[in-house]
Ligand binder design. Structure first.
Ligand SMILES: Cc1cc2nc3c(=O)[nH]c(=O)nc-3n(C[C@H](O)[C@H](O)[C@H](O)COP(=O)(O)OP(=O)(O)OC[C@H]3O[C@@H](n4cnc5c(N)ncnc54)[C@H](O)[C@@H]3O)c2cc1C
Length: 806
């Protein structure tokens, strides 16, 4: 066995095997895979192994289509052909208009990464799958490349190629410990000796938390039992000269595919079970959980109704195995939070279909620091400490119960909530707040007109349209107040902080005490990594503020770049402070009344400045910044005084008719201003010039990513960020929708919504440079309808910023 290598991958399921193979493809050929038993002995061996292109984001569709391309290539390898039913086709049923609307959106989204789906009617479903009934069916999404693969052969084929390229695989070699060395490399302890590795990858499947514990990390992954049954042969299938397509049903929670001349039918029952939360027997390997078809009876009835042949067919066998889930159903692929040179590819719940792609992206991250797609939706740092074992289990159950039910726009499912609340949450609830969640925090989305109001979830404008409009109007014409819970903030203190920040941010760092600036930071490729508001609080203190979701991401990025001499410290204030925004033309009057010791005039407290203030007895850091485009202040208040400050502001605002507003109103207003949103519009696939942030880049100084950015500028833009007005009367576009010119896809929507102040439907996105000129006429698929769109000014509302400066 080797004693030293570049990368050790722990676990030989599809996650580990795919990572190993792709590492060799990315140039890391000195790598090792360690498997405690036989390859695929965890979940992989008994997987139903369906392989679809379908996904809810372009990153997911893109990585799945990589799997499909790779598996096809492996299946066609004459030296080691594997069983892959490529292109059987799959039908995703729709029994409601919402399902159909969702599919129309996903068809448009997939088109942008070169994947074709179709919408088919019930008759076509029955023609393609002669065994189904069409009762209550409105149509379906057709994925022509859906299929299934032999999971063990697939892993063997990947490992075979990896070995050929130089990788080594040690089976029956359990990893027993991990010790990080002072140089940040790892000693990987095994029963057969130690290996020193530059980097380690946790691909431990349902044992990922055993491996995680060895490096002191807890991953939000919980396993669920999952069952499918295999039937005896079915005469109607034997009589066909083609394989029946796969079926997935979001109403009755089952899937089905052909297996030999019978059917494999799997169930996502409501009465589901977590598995292994209290520890896993060391001998559970190549093993299954006991069958329990009783608890899937309800789900089975739905499957039998859709496939009546099942009522006359015997059950040949049942498979019940553990399958891993994360709180949002997407895996953890990337850097392990807070650990250096440690990565994971865990929480795979559809690992056969996705594993090829996840291994591909992870290998790129390990080899180059970043993948070809923005991988935030997979990044382990998207969850922080709130995602504990209980929360993860509750979310895993919820996700399992909704396996084929995609999230509707603005849908925030209830399990595990509230996970993070502020002292104001209950108060806002008493004011009829409807909450959304942001990095686990409860945040008011909008305020219901009455306690019984229920949002009708839809891909189209719904009954919240006028509710949000009223909140925007209050902010535009008068004054509103919003709690921005979980807003991410660090205090950066110590010696030389301004110079240090100057070297890591691509833009201007506010050098004068009392000044605030918006700046961006880039990755080594010169693409956009993050956005921060920097508030200069003096010679040795800066507040760094960013999106709530960026909590661990930004901390990791900053900490990785800290001077080694300990001269600079980062203290997180995210959990101890909360922000209130007071916005609107009367915000100054309200603040003057609530905090009379401060001079809030435009001369004394101009736009983009910061001061320490008292809101009554509550001490706050106040910044004159605005995400709404109206005159506004952000007040950062210690949590113990938050309620006090809020009540004082409300009572000061009574005479002005102050109104609470939520995230939905803010989102509408920021679209009108052309402000980008982190990980919607600000992604690692594009550099700041392509993202239209030229004015935030100071090429005259040195900063992280500058060399790569200069090269990219010399090469020219791949895409350009634009704002569009879209002619669509009953719906906004959705992130991922395709933007077209003469029918050809030329770009993708990154965020969209109705702009109440300008009375226009707005979309933002990246388009081919030739389509970025003002006035270019394009179309955007809005819930399946090609809608005229025109490239417009980035800022549609008060472009001179007169209102924020007023
Ligand atoms: C019934 C069922 C049906 C499914 N159907 C589908 C489907 O149709 N399509 C689909 O895409 N997915 C399906 N899945 C999910 C899919 O099978 C999994 O997502 C996938 O197999 C997970 O792969 P993995 O590599 O993450 O984990 P595993 O396959 O569990 O691999 C992890 C490996 O790590 C090893 N290991 C753990 N600890 C150590 C250690 N300390 N040292 C060394 N090695 C260690 C284990 O022995 C194991 O081999 C199904 C799952 C189930 C249960």
């Amino acid at each position: 066995m080797k004693t030293q290598t570049d990368v050790v991958v722990i676990g030989g399921g599809i996650g580990g095997c795919s990572t190993l193979y792709h590492l060799t493809q990315e140039g890391i050929t000195d790598c090792v895979l360690l498997e405690r038993d036989e390859l695929t002995s965890g979940t992989t061996w008994h997987s139903a192994a369906q392989v679809t292109n379908f996904g809810a984001t372009q990153t997911m569709v893109g990585l799945k289509s990589h799997s499909i391309r790779l598996y096809k290539e492996l299946a066609d390898d004459p030296d080691y052909p594997i069983n892959y039913h490529h292109g059987t086709g799959g039908i995703r049923l729709a029994s409601t208009q919402d399902h159909l609307d969702g599919y129309k959106h996903f068809i448009s989204l997939a088109k942008g990464v070169g994947v074709d789906f179709d919408l088919i009617d019930p008759e076509e479903c029955a023609r393609r799958h002669p065994l189904i009934t069409t009762d209550n069916l409105l149509g379906a999404l057709w994925d022509p490349l859906d299929g299934d693969i032999d999971p063990a052969q697939l892993c063997q084929a990947l490992v075979r190629r990896a070995r050929k390229a130089g990788a080594e695989v040690y089976r029956f070699t359990p990893v027993t410990g991990l010790t990080q060395q002072p140089d940040d490399s790892w000693i990987v302890h095994t029963e057969k000796g130690d290996i020193r590795a530059g980097k380690v990858v946790n691909a431990g499947g349902y044992r990922c938390n055993e491996v995680g514990a060895m490096m002191g990390s807890v991953l939000p992954v919980a396993s669920m039992e999952h069952q499918y049954m295999l039937t005896e042969p079915i005469a109607a299938i034997e009589a066909l000269d083609f394989r029946v397509p796969l079926i997935r049903c979001p109403t009755d929670d089952f899937y089905s595919r052909q297996e030999k001349y019978g059917l494999l039918v799997g169930f996502y029952e409501q009465d589901c079970r977590t598995w292994g939360l209290d520890g896993i027997d060391a001998n559970f390997t190549m093993a299954l959980c006991p069958d329990d078809l009783d608890r899937v009876i309800d789900t089975m009835e739905g499957a039998f109704a859709r496939l009546p042949c099942l009522t006359e067919t015997g059950i040949h066998s049942v498979i019940n195995g553990p399958i891993t889930y994360t709180p949002d159903g997407l895996p953890l692929v990337g850097k392990v939070p807070g650990r250096r040179n440690a990565y994971c590819i865990t929480g795979l719940r559809a690992g056969l279909g996705e594993g090829g792609g996840h291994g591909w992206l992870l290998a790129q991250i390990i080899a180059h620091g970043e993948a070809c797609y923005d991988t935030w939706c997979l990044d382990p740092r998207r969850f922080s400490s709130y995602a504990n074992v209980k929360y993860t289990a509750l979310k895993a159950i919820e996700d399992y119960q909704n396996e084929f039910r995609f999230h509707m726009p603005h849908e925030h499912r209830p399990a595990g909530r509230p996970a993070r609340a502020t002292p104001l949450t209950a108060r806002l609830q008493s004011m009829n707040a409807e909450f959304t969640t942001v990095n686990g925090w409860e945040r008011a989305d909008y305020f219901k007109p009455n306690p019984d109001f229920r949002q009708a979830l839809s891909f189209r404008f719904n009954n919240t349209f006028d509710v949000v409009r009223k909140e925007v109007e209050a902010v535009q014409h008068n004054v509103g107040i919003m709690e921005v819970s979980g807003f991410n903030r660090y205090e950066i203190s110590g010696y030389g902080i301004h110079d240090w920040l100057d070297g890591i941010m691509c833009g201007r760092v506010p050098r004068k005490a009392g000044k605030v600036g918006l700046t961006y930071f880039l990755n080594a490729d010169g693409n956009v990594k993050g956005e921060a508001t920097l508030a200069n609080l003096g010679e040795d203190a800066v507040w760094f503020g960013s999106a709530a979701a960026a909590e661990l991401h930004d901390l990791d990025w900053l900490q990785d770049r800290l001077p080694k001499d300990g001269s600079i410290r980062i203290t997180s204030l995210t959990g101890s402070h909360t922000s209130l925004v007071v916005a609107g033309p009367n915000s100054r009057a309200v603040l003057t009344k609530a905090a009379p010791r401060t001079d809030w005039s435009k001369e004394a407290f101009p736009w983009l400045s910061v001061q320490s203030v008292f809101i009554g007895s509550a001490q706050a850091i106040a910044m004159s910044v605005s995400f709404s485009g109206e005159l506004a202040w952000e007040l950062h208040i210690p949590n113990e005084q938050l309620l006090l400050a809020y009540e004082r502001l409300l009572s000061a605002g009574t005479e002005f008719g102050i109104k609470p507003f939520g995230l939905r109103a803010t989102d509408s207003m920021r679209l009108e201003k052309g402000y980008r949103h982190w990980k919607a519009d600000l992604i690692t696939e594009f550099n700041p010039m392509e993202t239209g942030l030229d004015r935030f880049v100071r090429l005259e100084k040195d900063f992280v990513g500058k060399a790569a950015l200069e090269k990219a500028i010399a090469k020219g833009s791949r895409r350009r960020f634009v704002s569009l007005t879209v002619d669509s009367p009953d719906a906004a576009a959705h992130p991922g929708d395709s933007i077209r010119l003469d029918g050809h896809v030329v770009g993708t929507v990154t965020s969209a919504g109705w702009g109440y102040r300008v009375g226009r439907n707005i979309a933002m996105g990246f388009v081919e440079p030739a389509c970025a000129k003002l006035g270019t006429e394009l179309t955007v698929d809005v819930v399946g309808t090609p809608s005229s769109a025109v490239v417009c000014e980035g800022c549609l509302y008060d472009p001179a910023n007169e209102r924020v400066r007023s």
